[in-house]
Write a protein that binds this ligand. Structure first.
Ligand code: ADP
Length: 461
């Protein structure tokens, strides 16, 4: 294959891969953007529900309670842990009401998915007017307490808000009011249920279009490459054919030109014997040329152009006669054995064409190294047909070529098979003859192990 074609195929594949990469990247980006837009919408919806006066007063119930607990803590009635425990208890107690309000508020929005709420407190500290800091929860230590919503796993949620409740307040210590500044940091998360399914649904149009486009482009590329290989094979086959036919024509033509030279030379006038011999040579070469041309013309016929004149005959007798005649002029190094059944079922076929097909196969068997040939005839009752097998012990045909050998002009171009003369038309013509009989021809072979050609001709209806 030419370098140019290889470069073209390589460039097309790389371009396809690059386009697929870019397309995947764009789809992924669209997915991310849609996801972000969805989170923004979800955040707005949650914000609307969360920032209502009812929700606010609910929040203040635990905040007042918390301020009271600080007073108890500063009066040494309870410990820090008690303060936090009581915060947990209080928020747990009102979480039911919170969820009711939240779900009621969220039910009216246009979002396609359920959104789970989760609020945590991550930092609680107080600083008195002397600058003394007292921490209940330290955000640096990463300890946080669940406040409201549903306590799902942290990795399932997206943080949508960080808020700080600050309060200037005072506690009483030994009858003296001591002012302090409270810092209470919360984080709000949401978990969108079936997020991926919703995104996929939203992107399904793009995904389907992209997949179809991809399949289309890959098929187009595959088809073009196939076509390129086919064209290349055809071009090779035609070049081979031209080379072969020129080679075949050269010998008779050069003999003819020598013969004419002899005849036109002065010594042919005196030598009648030489003149006669030369004319015979011209005749023989003429016949040879004619045969060659006939072979090309005839063997190029397609099965529709073959005019059969079918007759009913006994194939057992037909094959015996055909092989006997064929064997007569053969040299003794080729041995043909027969396994011809007396099937009792008459065959309906064109004797001349069928004979040509079988002789073609026998000629090939000998041409491609067969010295022991076997021809068998029996019935194939599975598909109601006559079965003729021609087996040889020649060079064989490796599997990868077998599907091509019945094609017009095809010749196996491996090792030294080109030392065997031929135009690549014999098997094509044979297969067309069998096809014209509604029959089937097939081959089983492997390299160096000979070949068996099978012909099946259906019983006449
Ligand atoms: P040709 O013999 O003129 O090349 P054919 O159409 O008769 O053309 O055969 C096509 C190819 O199939 C041949 O080139 C040969 O390689 C292979 N072939 C055919 N018959 C045999 C056989 N009996 N043994 C091995 N190879 C064969």
């Amino acid at each position: 294959m030419q370098l140019k074609s290889k470069v073209l195929i390589f460039a097309s594949v790389i371009t396809l891969l690059a386009l697929t990469g870019i397309q995947s990247y764009l789809i992924y980006n669209t997915y991310e953007l849609k996801k972000k837009a969805f989170v923004v919408d979800a955040k707005t919806a949650v914000g609307k529900v969360y920032r209502t006066p009812t929700m606010d007063s609910l929040m203040w119930t635990y905040r007042y309670d918390f301020l009271d607990k600080i007073q108890e803590y500063k009066s040494n009635e309870i410990t820090k842990t008690d303060v936090l425990d009581s915060l947990k208890k209080k928020t747990t107690a009102i979480n039911g009401t919170f969820l009711e309000l939240y779900n009621e508020g969220m039910s009216g929005n246009s979002l396609k998915s359920e959104i789970k709420f989760r609020q945590m407190v991550s930092h609680i500290s107080m600083v008195d007017n002397l600058g003394n800091k007292d921490s209940f929860l330290n955000e640096i230590k990463n300890d946080s307490i669940f406040l409201f919503g549903e306590n799902y796993r942290a990795e399932d949620g997206v943080r949508i808000n960080n808020a700080t409740w600050t309060q200037e307040h005072e506690y009483l210590k030994d009858g003296v009011a001591i002012p302090y500044f409270l810092e209470f940091k919360t984080h709000t998360f949401i978990d969108v249920l079936d997020e991926n399914e919703i995104m996929l649904e939203e992107l399904s149009g793009i995904l389907i279009a992209a997949t179809l486009l991809f399949i289309f482009v890959v098929s187009l590329l595959y088809y073009s490459i196939q076509n390129l290989f086919k064209q290349k094979r055809l071009a090779d086959i035609k070049t081979d054919f031209i080379n072969n036919i020129t080679h075949e024509l050269k010998t008779p033509l050069s003999t003819l030109s020598l013969a004419t030279e002899t005849l036109t030379g002065s010594f042919a006038e005196d030598d009648k014997v030489l003149a006669k011999e030369t004319v015979q040579i011209i005749n023989r070469q003429n016949v040879r040329l004619q045969k060659l041309i006939d072979q090309v013309v005839e063997s190029s016929l397609g099965y529709r152009e073959i005019q059969l004149s079918k007759e009913e005959f006994n194939c057992t007798i037909f094959l015996n006669e055909l092989i006997n005649d064929y064997q007569l002029p053969l040299n003794t190094s080729v041995e043909i054995s027969k396994k011809i059944d007396n099937t009792g079922i008459l065959m309906v076929a064109d004797k001349f064409y069928l004979g040509t097909a079988i002789i073609n196969l026998l000629n090939n068997a000998i041409k491609y190294g067969g010295t022991r040939l076997e021809i068998s005839y029996t019935l194939n009752t599975k598909n109601d047909s006559h079965l003729i097998n021609i087996r040889d012990n020649g060079i064989g045909i490796s599997e990868k070529y077998q599907k091509h050998i019945f094609h017009k002009f095809y010749r196996v171009s491996e090792k030294d098979t080109h030392n065997y003369k031929g135009l690549g038309l014999g098997l094509y013509y044979t297969s067309q003859i069998i096809k014209a009989h509604n029959g089937v021809i097939s081959v089983t072979s492997s390299e160096d192990k000979g070949a068996t050609f099978s012909i099946q001709i259906p019983f006449a209806l």
